[in-house]
Write a protein of this length. Sequence first.
Length: 319
Amino acid sequence: MNLGEIQRQGKNFWAEPSYLNLGLREIERRAEEALEKMYSCTLCPWKCGVNRFQGKKLGVCRSRSKAMVSSYNLHFGEEPPISGEKGSGTIFFTNCTLRCAFCQNYPISQYGAGKEYSDDELASMMLNLQDRGAHNINFVTPTHFVANILNALYIAVKKGLRIPLVYNTSGYELIETLKLLDGIIDIYLPDIKYSDNRMAKKYSMAKDYVKYNREALKEMYRQVGNLKLNKKGIAVKGLIIRHLVLPNGISGTRKALEFIAKELSPEVTVSLMSQYFPANKANSIPELSRGITSEEYFIAVREMKTLGLKNGWTQGFLW
């Protein structure tokens, strides 16, 4: 882990969460605009066009107009500035806009584990997590429920929500949706899963992942910039990009890191993950049916250093 530069840049940084500066009226307007998109849904790159309020036909995310949540709790397993000492207030949304063959959370993301909640109930979850000491509210796989999140935020702010918001995503996003979050989300925590659309299509059923992912990362970086921490080392604003190294070069690590360093900035914080294991359907896919080797991960670490990406984390090798 190397947080030296981040700490030097952000050790004295403090600001109210972005949404407090934006104001209630604008949050309400954004919520209304997002809700309107659900009548012919265009919240994610699939642009399914289904009426999620009728629910007669479901889109790729298989979700209706109410948010589906599998669990919410304090989480201590995120990157150190996100979890801190008191935990990140995670809300795990059900379903996903991708179909990753190796997804480790597949009962939630692909098999619908969870139940529907009203926006008032979603707001209550956020306030409950704040009351329990969470450093932030961490929306996990939130894309298809952006409208619900914005409406719940409007309710929660009126009742006293005052902690930063984390948007924890696969990185398969539409710029138009992300712009609704400009000035609302404080910390973006996206994946950069692939560098080759052929791999994205084969293993996640998203033939255009690279295009939308790269555009999204640029927009996120424009909105929040580099990671900033408060005096206690807790993230208050900025971008952290996750990259999971997959076996047999499937994730295209070199090109992914090169994009970050050259198209965004070498100052961007990167979480380079070695924790892949065959889950979901991966055991039946030969090239995904093993964990990564020490050599595969060490090459990725070396590439990260060679490209000058000095902020972030590498993991101890687990196999």
